[in-house]
Write a protein that binds this ligand. Structure first.
Ligand code: FES
Length: 284
């Protein structure tokens, strides 16, 4: 087993690597191993699949966010466009349509609201790992050396901004609340009478459960609920909440993907209804 005394002394090849400006696994205190990794499994599969999945979502959501149309088919409003904050929103009876931005706003109203869920996911601890590996190969996988010459982590601009994740968590809560309201409104029919349930209602119900599960499984949420306590025994309610959030937190990666898929599917379902691809099947 290698010990501290096994490390090469200054002046060896490793120090030469450091002189070339290389750090990380090529730094002077690391063993000299020519191979970039010793793994024999298909380690590249996970980061490649992650990159492909994230890229597909980015392409789809960009198209839908800039489309500025086909986001409302009574009683369903796309989660990409809710709450609708601009005067140029499609009229949505009873839905969250607050005209905070006047006629001067000519772009898609989705751009006003998507910044919050987007910022929440972009700074999420899980997604950070996923896109650092998938897109930047930093590192590509466990025990695979990253190809970059140096590594500064999240200690400098712009990545230091990842620390505002907690504030995006606070912003994500009202957004999830509004999407819950939208889901309740799907129990109306196209003429806005209560007592309806269509396939769209089911799509929205699944989506909102996954959105809440993902939001509450957030690492920041876990810390806010149960962190900075010296004695759990003196805070039984917070301890109970911390336990629940902890159980969700253990599934954070799965919930991140499931909710990403469900929100895109909910939007696509509304799009299909809005363009008249089919009529919403009705259960009652
Ligand atoms: S850590 Fe992923 S949402 Fe907060």
């Amino acid at each position: 087993m290698a010990t501290g005394t096994d490390r090469p002394p200054p002046g060896t090849d490793d120090t030469a690597a450091a002189r070339r400006g290389r750090g990380g696994v090529h730094g002077p205190a690391r063993a000299t191993i020519a191979a970039s990794h010793l793994r024999t499994d298909r380690w590249w599969l996970a980061p490649a699949a992650t990159a492909a999945g994230l890229l597909a979502f980015v392409v789809y959501s960009t198209w839908r966010a800039f489309a500025n149309g086909d986001y409302y088919a009574a009683p369903y409003v796309s989660p990409f466009y809710s709450p609708c904050l601009a005067e140029n929103c499609a009229p949505m009876r009873g839905g969250p349509n607050w005209e905070l931005f006047g006629s001067w706003w000519g772009l898609s109203p989705a751009l006003l609201i998507l910044i919050f869920p987007l910022g929440f996911r972009l700074t999420c601890y899980y997604y950070r790992k996923a896109y650092y590996r998938g897109f930047w190969a930093s590192p590509p996988a466990c025990a695979v050396a990253e190809p970059h010459g140096k590594y500064t982590g999240e200690t400098r601009f712009p990545l230091i901004l990842q620390n505002i994740h907690r504030y995006f968590f606070y912003a994500a809560l009202p957004v999830a609340g509004i999407l819950t309201y939208d889901t309740v409104l799907t129990f109306r029919d196209a003429s806005y009478a209560w007592g309806h349930m269509g396939l769209g209602t089911l799509v929205f119900l699944v989506n909102i459960v996954l959105i809440w599960a993902y939001t509450l499984s957030c690492h920041s949420c876990r810390h806010i609920v149960g962190g900075r306590l010296k004695h759990f025994s003196r805070h039984p309610v917070r301890y109970r909440l911390w336990g629940w959030v902890g159980r969700l937190n253990a599934r954070h990666m799965q919930l991140a993907w499931a909710s990403l898929l469900s929100v895109a599917l909910a939007d696509f379902y509304v799009y299909l209804l809005a363009v008249g691809a089919f009529d919403d099947p009705r259960f009652f």
